[in-house]
Design a protein around this ligand. Structure first.
Ligand code: GLU
Length: 323
């Protein structure tokens, strides 16, 4: 059975871009009669807040979405909060380590900042790590250990390319080593996003990962983790990002672009769904509609590949104007 999910990070409130991703991933699953999961990505506890997770659930329900598994719904693949899944990540980490895929990295934040000017291989992922600690001799490694500093753990990229066909963006090809070796466990013990998301999607049986286009660059890393862990690789589809009327990434200065702000302005959820469905190419006019009513018109082929500009009138309408 097809299985999809929405996986917000509760470090901020949901904005229109998150709502678009949630709506489209939900429609994709509902159209196929599949299983839809809501997972709260609060692995970085220092940056996550429980009330923001509650608010995300509330905003999604307000918009007219539901989920078969997740907070409030339960389900056989829980827990659905990453902060409660640390044992599962530890098991995967141990397997990767035993198979020789990981190495300790002693580089300090300052050293990593110094390489920040190196060309970026993967836009969403920051500077490419040049592999300094991968090449340490055993003596050098011992000397660093003796310094008493806790290392982070990096995944050593295998010397193989990664190619996949994105369900929205089309064929993708990344050369061997793209992005450089990445951190799977930080020095403070926090598991890296890449590993957590792969463990979760694999163990929850997710077959289709539809998410924001800013994560396209994370996908080759995740595919390599699936391969290293011997798990089947799901299909990926990266949905268009929303831009403001000026072409910059949609942000507060463009108006109230969070679901909370839009709700506070007295706008109806059907108006939000209508505008989002129109921006995504699913309907011809931005008329109010319930997500449920959009199920028959959902078609991945209609979703734009490029980022989508939200016109000023749309933002005005969602901020309590007409609409
Ligand atoms: N938690 C991520 C975010 O909120 C999404 C991760 C994913 O969908 O793979 O941006």
């Amino acid at each position: 059975m097809l299985c999809g999910r929405f996986a917000p990070t509760p470090s901020g409130v949901l904005h229109l871009g998150n709502a678009l991703t949630a709506l489209l991933s939900w429609l994709h699953v509902r159209r196929a009669g599949g299983r839809y999961i809501l997972r709260i990505e609060d692995i970085d506890r220092a940056r996550s807040r429980a009330e923001l997770a509650r608010q995300a659930c509330d905003d999604l329900r307000w918009l007219g979405l539901d989920w078969d598994e997740g907070p409030g719904a339960g389900g056989p693949h829980g827990p659905y909060y990453q902060s409660e899944r640390t044992e599962l990540y530890a098991e995967a980490l141990a397997r990767l380590q035993a198979a020789g895929h990981l190495y300790p990295c002693y580089c300090s934040r300052a050293q990593l900042m110094a390489i920040a000017s190196a060309p970026h291989g993967l836009a969403a992922e920051g500077p490419v790590y040049p592999g300094t600690c991968r090449r340490l001799t055993p003596e050098e490694r011992r000397a660093r250990e003796a310094g008493g500093k806790t290392p982070s753990l990096r995944f050593a990229l295998p010397d193989e390319p990664v190619a996949f066909v994105d369900l929205v963006a089309g064929p993708q090809h990344f050369p061997p080593g793209a992005g450089g070796d990445f951190v799977v466990r930080r020095a403070d013990g926090v598991i890296g996003y890449q590993l957590a998301v792969v463990v979760d999607d694999a163990l929850m049986g997710v077959t289709h990962v539809l998410r924001g286009g800013d994560l396209l660059d994370s996908t080759p890393r995740q595919i390599l983790l699936y391969r290293a862990l011997g798990w089947p690789v799901p299909q990926f589809g990266h949905l268009p990002l929303l831009l403001g009327p000026d072409g910059a990434r949609l942000a507060k200065r463009h108006g109230a672009v969070t679901l909370a702000g839009i709700r506070a302005a007295g706008t109806r959820p059907e108006a939000v769904a209508g505008h989002l469905a129109y921006l995504a190419g699913l309907i011809d006019r931005p008329e109010p509609v319930r997500p449920q009513e959009l199920i028959p018109c959902f078609d991945l082929a209609r979703i734009p590949r490029e980022p989508v500009r939200v016109p000023q009138e749309t933002i005005a309408a969602l901020n309590g104007g007409i609409g």
